[in-house]
Design a binder for this molecule. Structure first.
Ligand SMILES: CC(C)(COP(=O)(O)OP(=O)(O)OC[C@H]1O[C@@H](n2cnc3c(N)ncnc32)[C@H](O)[C@@H]1OP(=O)(O)O)[C@@H](O)C(=O)NCCC(=O)NCCS
Length: 210
């Protein structure tokens, strides 16, 4: 029986707090030195290198551009760690989301580098899954947990992101709606803007055909 140690959001707090499933004392003794099998928690600047390694592999090889530079990762994890979420397996980061606050109706170029504190919207800059762990449902699960978690942050009403056309169905399955072409362009790439109403739609099940 694996020792599952997970984190769970505590009511009223914007941060994920460690949560331990009950495990027999004998098992805890045996496994005192093992790392948590699966853990979800907010990221910190100490996680920036692991984040950037996954990001670099995911994007640089494909488009030559990362959504966030290492400095921007450090910046956002320093300014708004509560808008990030990482999935760790045995201590290794396998997937993550980085967000920041945004106050306007639509995302504009400044949203790429700014965090607007206490705003009604979160801008999801990047969702990325380690290449060894893709197509296993992890991206969908992490996004679902993140959107559930956002419901508990007071004043937050919407989540916004931009993505390339081929990922529109992925985000639609998660409950996002298309807002149309984004004003943001990076290296001549075009994006769709997507919006999720926090506390609104239920997340449709993966491959459910909903
Ligand atoms: C996109 C990403 C986050 C999805 O995570 P994942 O764990 O692989 O995805 P899941 O297993 O939860 O879901 C799979 C679904 O993702 C979508 N998807 C994933 N990669 C895709 C791709 N390259 N093209 C089209 N759809 C894709 C499909 O809808 C797929 O559903 P299907 O298997 O029913 O066709 C992951 O592939 C990744 O990190 N890619 C590189 C970085 C990236 O593009 N991030 C998103 C922009 S910020």
């Amino acid at each position: 029986v694996p020792t599952y140690i997970m984190t769970q959001q505590v009511s009223g707090s914007p941060f994920f707090k460690p949560f331990f499933l009950k495990t027999p004392v004998s098992l805890l003794r045996q496994r005192r030195h093992t790392l948590p099998a699966s853990e979800f928690r907010n990221l910190t600047p100490q996680d920036a290198i692991s984040v950037f390694e996954i990001e670099r592999e995911a994007f640089v090889s494909v488009s030559g551009e990362c959504p966030l530079t290492l400095d921007e990762v450090l910046n956002f994890l320093g300014q708004c760690p509560e808008l990030s979420l990482g999935w760790f397996e045995e201590g290794q980061l396998v997937a993550f989301i980085i967000g920041s606050g945004w106050g306007k109706e639509r995302l504009s170029q400044e949203a790429m580098t700014q965090h607007v504190p206490d705003s009604p919207a979160v801008h999801i800059h990047v969702l990325s899954v380690h290449r060894h762990c893709r197509q296993q449902g992890k991206g969908s699960i992490l996004l679902w947990r993140y959107l559930q978690y956002l419901r508990c942050i007071p004043g937050l009403r919407r989540a916004l992101l931009i993505c390339e056309e081929f990922l529109v169905p992925f985000y639609q399955k998660a409950g996002f709606k298309e807002k149309g072409p984004s004003a943001i362009s990076i290296s001549n790439m075009q994006f769709q803007e997507m919006e999720y109403t926090i506390g609104g739609q239920a997340y449709t099940r993966r491959n459910s055909g909903c």
